[in-house]
Design a protein around this ligand. Structure first.
Ligand SMILES: [Zn+2]
Length: 319
C-alpha cells in the first residue's frame, strides 16, 4: 500500500467524534511554559486559538518534549499537545505491589491544556495512576486499547493495531496509528493483563514518531518499523519505554519492557534520527536506569541518537 492509499484508508477508518472533540478544544499553539503559567488551568479546557505566526516551537514546526516522570511525557507536535501515560501521584504503595518512588516534576494542576492522551494501557499503576485516571475525563480525546475502552468507558477510544484516528489540530491533521506492543518476552501471551498499544504519529508537517508503549520485544518493534517505513515513511523520532520493568509476580522477573540493551538494538534497527527514552525512573519495578541506557547506546555506537531527558518537567525543544 503506498502512502496516499494508506492515508485514505486512515481517513475512512476514522471515528469522527475524536476529531471533532479535538478540533473544538484545540488551542494548539501553547508552549508548555505558557501552560505552566496558567496555573490552575484545567486539562482539556478550551483556549482561544493563538494568532497565526506565533513564535512557539510548535508553530515553527518544532517538536517539544517535557518529561514529567516514569512514562509520563508531554509531546508538543504539529499544533497539538499530547500527554503520554498520565501518572501524577506522589510517592506511595499500591495494592498491586507497585511502588511509586519519586514525585512527578509537577502535578496535574500545572499540566495546562492537553488535546489528547495517548494511553498505552490502563491496567498497570505505573502507566495510569490514581491522579492520571482522574484527569482523563478533562481531556477531549483519550486513545488506548479496546480493553481500556471497556474498563474506562466511552470517553476512551479503544484502538486495535493498525487502526487510525485523525486528530484535527489548528495546523492541520495529525494521524495517530495504533501499533502492536508485546508486554513481555517474545512468544509469551499474557492475555488481558498484557494488552498494550504503541502509537505512531504522522501526517503532513508531522515528524513521523513511534511511541513504543510497554513493549519488551525488539522483534515486534522491528516489525512495526518495517511496516511504518513502507506505508508511512522513515521514523523521525522514537519514544521508547525502557527501564526493563520486572516483578517476581510475572514471568519470574522477566523484563516486561525494553532492557537498555534492547532499546539500543531497537534504535539501531529502526534508525530514527533520535530516540527519546522514558520509563526508567520513579517506579520500583524498573530495573535499569538512564545511566545503563546511555552506556548501551554508546556500546552500539549510536550515543548521538539518544535524547536523555531527566524527569524534571522542563520543556525541551528538539532540533
Ligand atoms: Zn505495564
Amino acid at each position: 500500500m503506498n502512502r496516499s492509499t494508506f492515508l485514505r484508508a486512515a481517513s475512512a477508518a476514522v471515528a469522527t467524534a475524536a476529531s471533532v472533540a479535538l478540533l473544538a478544544a484545540c488551542g494548539g499553539e501553547d508552549s508548555a511554559d505558557e501552560g505552566k503559567d496558567k496555573g490552575k488551568a484545567a486539562a482539556g479546557s478550551a483556549e482561544p486559538r493563538a494568532a497565526a505566526g506565533s513564535a512557539s516551537p510548535a508553530a515553527a514546526g518544532g517538536f517539544t518534549v517535557t518529561h514529567v516522570g516514569g512514562p509520563t511525557t508531554i509531546l508538543e507536535i504539529a499544533g497539538a499537545r499530547l500527554l503520554l501515560d498520565p501518572t501524577f501521584d506522589q510517592p506511595k504503595k499500591y495494592k498491586s505491589g507497585l511502588e511509586k518512588t519519586q514525585a512527578p516534576a509537577f502535578g496535574p494542576d500545572r499540566l495546562g491544556k492537553i488535546d489528547a492522551v495517548l494511553l498505552s494501557h490502563d491496567q498497570h499503576d505505573d502507566n495510569l495512576d490514581d491522579s492520571g485516571r482522574k484527569l482523563l475525563k478533562d481531556v477531549p480525546v483519550v486513545l488506548s486499547t479496546p480493553g481500556a475502552h471497556k474498563r474506562l468507558g466511552d470517553h476512551v477510544t479503544g484502538m486495535k493495531s493498525w487502526q487510525t484516528e485523525e486528530l484535527k489540530t489548528s495546523r492541520g491533521t495529525l494521524v495517530v496509528t495504533a501499533v502492536p506492543a508485546l508486554h513481555g518476552p517474545d512468544g509469551v501471551d499474557r492475555g488481558a493483563d498484557g494488552e498494550v498499544t504503541g502509537f505512531v504519529l504522522s501526517g503532513e508537517g508531522v515528524p513521523t514518531t513511534y511511541i513504543s508503549g510497554d513493549n519488551a520485544s525488539v522483534k515486534v518493534a522491528g516489525q512495526v518499523g518495517d511496516r511504518v517505513e513502507k506505508e508511512i515513511g522513515p521514523i523521525d523520532t522514537a519514544v521508547l519505554f525502557a527501564g526493563a520493568a520486572r516483578t517476581p509476580a510475572i514471568l519470574d522477573n522477566a523484563p516486561l519492557t525494553l532492557t537498555s540493551r534492547n532499546a539500543a538494538l531497537v534504535a539501531k534497527d529502526l534508525d530514527p534520527r533520535r530516540v527519546v527514552a522514558v520509563h526508567t525512573d520513579s517506579w520500583n519495578i524498573y530495573s535499569e536506569d538512564m545511566k545503563s541506557l546511555k552506556k548501551a547506546f554508546q556500546d552500539q555506537g549510536i550515543a548521538d541518537k539518544l535524547v536523555a531527558l531527566e524527569p524534571d518537567g522542563t520543556p525541551r525543544k528538539l532540533s
